[in-house]
Design a protein around this ligand. Structure first.
Ligand code: MG
Length: 159
């Protein structure tokens, strides 16, 4: 019974107009993230972390941005489908997910519990097995200038 770990990273650019879709919830904001799907960077990083831990490739291979079916796609649906593959093909379950969001604004803290709950629901695990942390980039670089946000996630999977 060996644990397996995976990491995921994602970033998306901001554009004018809210709300900010992040971690499967809509956060009040005057900006949103731009991407081929709904650009939910938390869901994308977590999806890559669980696919990585299961040695099932990555989100880009599973949901190519050249496929019109993935345009505007709900990333919670992508996470659930990836989890389905992890269960079916590798007989693995998620034990724990840890997420770091790097963003200057808005503040993620007030929405932390809601995000944990939504991600946990998609993975079929208790909310207490998902952790979300938020940091600023101390004003440095493209994140510091508010051009976009980045997210890093790790996942621990068990048989
Ligand atoms: Mg992405």
């Amino acid at each position: 019974m060996h644990a397996r770990t995976g990491i995921g990273y994602d970033s998306h650019r901001f554009a004018a107009g809210g709300p900010l879709r992040l971690g499967g919830i809509d956060i009040p904001s005057d900006r949103h993230l731009v991407g081929h799907s709904d650009a939910d960077a938390i869901c994308h990083a977590v999806t890559d972390a669980i696919l990585g831990a299961a040695c099932l490739g990555d989100i880009g291979r599973m949901f190519p941005d050249t496929d019109p079916a993935n345009r505007g796609r709900d990333s919670i649906d992508m996470l659930e489908r990836a989890m389905g593959r992890v269960r079916q093909e590798q007989r693995l379950r998620v034990e724990h997910v840890d997420i770091t969001v790097i963003v200057e604004s808005p503040k993620i803290g007030p929405y932390r519990d809601a995000i944990c709950g939504r991600i946990a629901e998609a993975l079929g695990i208790p909310a207490g097995h998902v952790n979300v942390k938020a940091k600023t980039n101390e004003g440095m670089g493209w994140i510091g200038r508010g051009e976009g946000l980045a997210c890093i996630a790790s996942a621990t999977l068990m048989p």
